[in-house]
Design a protein around this ligand. Sequence first.
Ligand code: NAD
Length: 332
Amino acid sequence: MKIAFFDAKPYDKVAFDKFCGENDIKIKYFETKLNEDTVNLSKGYDGVCVFVNDTVNKAVIDCLVELGVRVILLRCAGFNNVDIKYAKNKIKVLRVPAYSPYAVAEHTIALLLTSIRRIHKAYIRSRDYNFSLSGLTGFDLHGKTIGVIGTGRIGKAFIDICKGFGMKVLAYDKFPDNSIIDGDKVKYIELSELFKQSDIISLHCPLMADTHHIIDENAIDIMKKGVVILNTSRGALVDAEALLNGIKSRKVGAACLDVYEEESELFFEDNSGHIMEDEILARLISMPNVIVTSHQAFLTEEALENIAETTIKNFTDIMCNNYSENEIKLEI
Ligand code: NAD
């Protein structure tokens, strides 16, 4: 049983090699991403393994089917980069629905604390023996109101952390889970009210047609002045240009982004020797109150191990039984 593994990084190889040996699976690691130009590399493989920035559109799916590939293994939870509707009845698509919600939730709070306590500035100053505190004044999280959009696995783990800090949580979800309601500490609220009342807003919903640009110019208009926006979910949940305008006008107090709308050609790669063509990203990164990480919220040892274990199980389930509980089946 053979897998063509796209967009492979050294840390992927470490995690996957541990599990494929036990299961008599051969993996060929390709550094390139899967797209229309590279899909022919999948010839002779039973499955392809892809990540968040591989392109699995109609043309790629047609080619995979033609090459006899049986399964697309997403080594992530989100599947917005796969044309699921088109794949239906042609090729199986599997994902890893949960691997460590704590990894993403903890990275989100790390970004928030770094931003509001100016740790990124202090770190650079003290390396230069500059021990001045001017400009490093932050604010307490205790008592602040945080709006959490999406209360699934990651949203819930994040809410637990926020409760620990003594924050008041306003939640919004298309499918609320009333078990998380906790008096005045955690309550569900309409999205527009969440925008109006929150000091900090964190995104934990999937990217879908109805969540695309869920934070846009209109949303930012009704937010509190000085609002802190956190996005560790998917880039296109936020209209990056509207965010930049919000930062420039001082309406948005700070932004922490682990994901970016146009990240696919940039993130996970060393672009330090290149001219940054993306003007919006370049401008955002230049802001003292914006922190960008390169889609690394998932990157913990625990998460990588869980991703590899589940992906290999997904593959063997399909190859041996033609069934996996992690197959993506949308009612479409
Ligand atoms: P999940 O499926 O457990 O939870 C998603 C929640 O969003 C659900 O409660 C769902 O009801 C809700 N939702 C769906 N549509 C909505 C809408 N229109 N408005 C508001 N809420 C809506 O998923 P999860 O494991 O918590 O992951 C959440 C997201 O985090 C993923 O979709 C993925 O995009 C992102 N993610 C990012 C990283 C990273 O490294 N940065 C890693 C893993 C996941």
